[in-house]
Design a protein around this ligand. Structure first.
Ligand code: BG6
Length: 480
C-alpha cells in the first residue's frame, strides 16, 4: 500500500473512538497500514498531541476487538498528530495544511491524502470547499474523500450535496461509507452463488416465494434524538442500509465479475425497484413508533418520552415495506424489508422462503423451506427443512446450521478503511446508487410528511406493529 496522510475530521467524536481508532489499530497490528502513514486528527477543542494520543489509546482499550499489545502501541500512537480546527475558519485550514506538509516531509510521504469526514452533515460542504480553496485537496499524489452517512436528507438535498462535493472530488475519489457493506456476511453475498454451485440451483428464482430482509434492534435512540427525531428509521436505516442489502441480495452472480461490474449490477437492481407512488404508500408500507415496554426484562420508556424527542413526534422508529424488482430474474417475487428500534432482538438477516408444494393437508406441521443468512450479531447460514417425527407423525422444522467463526473476523470499518486506502471502491456506495435510493424513498417520505398513512404503534420489546404482520398476511406469508 502506498504511503499516505490520513486526515480525520471529527477525531474527538463517538465514531472515531468506538470504530475508527480501533479499526486503524487492528489494521496496524495486521501489517495492513502503509509503512509511512501520518494520521492527523481534527477536533474543535484545543489539545496537545500527547493528550490526543492518550485519548486514542483509551479508545483502543475500550473498543478494540483485540487486546492492546504493549509492544505495538507506541509505534501506532506515534503516527497521530492533533490539530484544533474550526471548519469555518480560513486560519484553521492554513494550520492544517502546514501540519500535513511538515509531516509529509518528515516521513517522506508523496502527497497522497485521504480525508475522512466524520462530522455533522451541515459541515460537509464547507469543509470540502475550503479544502479546495486552501489547496489542501490539490496534493502532488492522489486524494480521496471518505464520507459518512447521512448523504442528504431527501432526493434534492442529496443531489445538491453531491454537486458541491463534485467541485472538489471526482466520483472515483469519493468513498461513501455504508457500514453494512463492510459486514463480512454482506461482503460474502457476492460470492454466495459463485462459490457454491449447490446454492446456484437452490437460489434459482423460480423456487423462491419471497425474500425477507430484517434489521431489528433492541436499542432506542441512544441520546441521538436531535438527529433521529428528524431522520426516522426511513432515513437512518432504509434509504441506505436496507436498500444496499436489497441490492446485494438481488445481484445473483454465478460468474466472477469485476468490482465495477458489481456496482453496475447493483445500479441496475436499484433502478428496477418498482416505484411506490405516494397514493399507494399506505398499501405497501408500514410505519410505526414504539410505546413503553420491556427489553430484556428491564422497563423502557416509549419513544415520545425519550429525552430530546418532541412530545407530539410522529417520527417513525419502525419501517416495513413490500417491494418488487421489475427484472426478469425477480419478476413477481416480493421482497419484504423491515427495521425498527426497541424490538425484541438484535438481528440482521436475509431469509429466502421457498415455494411450498405441500400444505397442512399433506401433513401436519409442514412449513416452507427457508435459507437464512444471519448477518449480525452472529454470522451463520442455515437451511430449514421438514422432517417427520415418527412418534407423533407430525412434520417438524429442522435447521441445518453452518455457523461461520465470526470471532477474529475483521470488523466492518477495518475492511472498509483498508479498501479505501487501497483505492478499492467495490463496497462503497456509488452516487447513482445513492441517488436512485433517494428517488425510490422520496414518495414514501412525502406520504409520511403528508400523513397519508397511519403511524402504527408497538410495545418496546415486541416484534413490531401488528400492521406489519398484516402486510405479509395479505399475500399469505408471514415474517421469519
Ligand atoms: C447506524 C444507524 O447507521 O446503524 C443507527 O445510524 C443504527 O441508528 C446502526 O443503530 C445499526 O448498525 P448495526 O451495525 O448495529 O446493525
Amino acid at each position: 500500500m502506498e504511503d499516505m496522510t490520513f486526515v480525520l475530521f471529527g477525531a474527538t467524536g463517538d465514531l472515531a473512538q468506538r470504530k475508527l481508532f480501533p479499526a486503524l489499530y487492528n489494521l496496524y497490528i495486521d501489517g495492513k497500514l502503509p509503512n509511512n502513514i501520518s494520521i492527523v486528527g481534527l477536533g474543535r477543542s484545543e489539545s496537545s498531541n500527547e493528550d490526543f494520543q492518550s485519548k486514542v489509546e483509551h479508545s483502543l482499550h475500550a473498543f478494540s476487538r483485540r487486546a492492546v499489545q504493549p509492544s505495538s502501541l507506541q509505534g501506532f500512537l506515534s503516527k497521530f498528530r492533533y490539530c484544533a480546527f474550526d471548519a469555518t475558519h480560513e486560519e484553521s485550514y492554513r494550520h492544517l495544511h502546514e501540519l500535513i506538509e511538515s509531516r509529509e516531509n518528515e516521513l517522506d510521504i508523496p502527497g497522497n491524502r485521504v480525508f475522512y469526514l466524520s462530522v455533522a452533515p451541515s459541515l460537509v460542504e464547507v469543509i470540502t470547499s475550503n479544502l479546495h480553496t486552501s489547496g489542501i485537496s490539490q496534493p502532488e499524489g492522489w486524494k480521496r474523500l471518505i464520507v459518512e452517512k447521512p448523504f442528504g436528507s431527501d432526493l434534492e438535498s442529496s443531489q445538491q450535496l453531491n454537486m458541491k462535493l463534485s467541485k472538489t472530488f471526482n466520483e472515483e475519489e469519493i468513498y461513501r461509507i455504508d457500514h453494512y457493506l463492510g459486514k463480512p456476511m454482506v461482503q460474502n453475498l457476492e460470492t454466495l452463488v459463485l462459490a457454491n454451485p449447490a446454492l446456484e440451483s437452490l437460489l434459482d428464482h423460480k423456487q423462491i416465494a419471497n425474500v425477507q430482509i430484517t434489521a431489528s434492534e433492541t436499542v432506542g435512540v441512544e441520546g441521538r434524538a436531535g438527529y433521529y427525531d428528524k431522520a426516522g428509521a426511513i432515513r437512518d436505516m432504509v434509504q441506505n442500509h436496507l436498500l444496499q442489502l436489497v441490492m446485494m441480495t438481488a445481484i445473483y452472480l454465478p460468474k466472477k465479475i469485476t468490482a465495477e461490474e458489481i456496482r453496475a449490477k447493483k445500479m441496475e437492481i436499484i433502478e428496477s425497484i418498482r416505484p411506490i407512488p405516494k397514493e399507494n404508500v399506505y398499501q405497501n408500507v408500514v410505519r410505526g413508533q414504539y410505546e413503553s415496554g420491556e427489553i430484556l426484562k428491564a422497563p423502557v420508556v416509549g419513544y415520545k418520552d425519550e429525552p430530546g424527542v418532541h412530545e407530539s413526534s410522529k417520527n417513525d422508529t419502525y419501517f416495513a415495506a413490500r417491494l418488487y424488482i421489475d427484472n426478469p430474474a425477480w419478476d413477481g417475487i416480493p421482497f419484504y424489508i423491515r427495521t425498527g428500534k426497541r424490538l425484541k432482538q438484535k438481528s440482521t438477516r436475509i431469509v429466502f422462503e421457498f415455494k411450498n408444494k405441500l400444505d397442512e393437508s399433506d401433513g401436519e406441521g409442514i412449513t416452507p423451506n427457508l435459507l437464512i443468512l444471519e448477518i449480525s450479531p452472529n454470522e451463520s447460514i442455515s437451511l430449514q427443512v421438514n422432517m417427520k417425527d415418527l412418534s407423533s407423525n407430525r412434520f417438524e422444522p429442522v435447521c441445518i446450521n453452518f455457523s461461520t467463526n465470526s470471532k477474529g473476523q475483521p470488523e466492518a470499518y477495518e475492511l472498509l478503511l483498508f479498501d479505501a486506502m487501497l483505492g478499492n471502491a467495490a463496497f462503497f456506495a456509488h452516487w447513482k446508487e445513492v441517488e436512485l435510493s433517494w428517488k425510490w424513498i422520496q414518495p414514501i417520505l412525502e406520504a409520511f410528511q403528508e400523513d397519508l398513512l397511519p403511524l402504527a404503534s408497538y410495545s418496546a420489546g415486541s416484534n413490531g406493529p401488528e400492521e406489519a404482520n398484516q402486510l405479509l398476511l395479505s399475500d399469505q406469508f408471514k415474517w421469519w
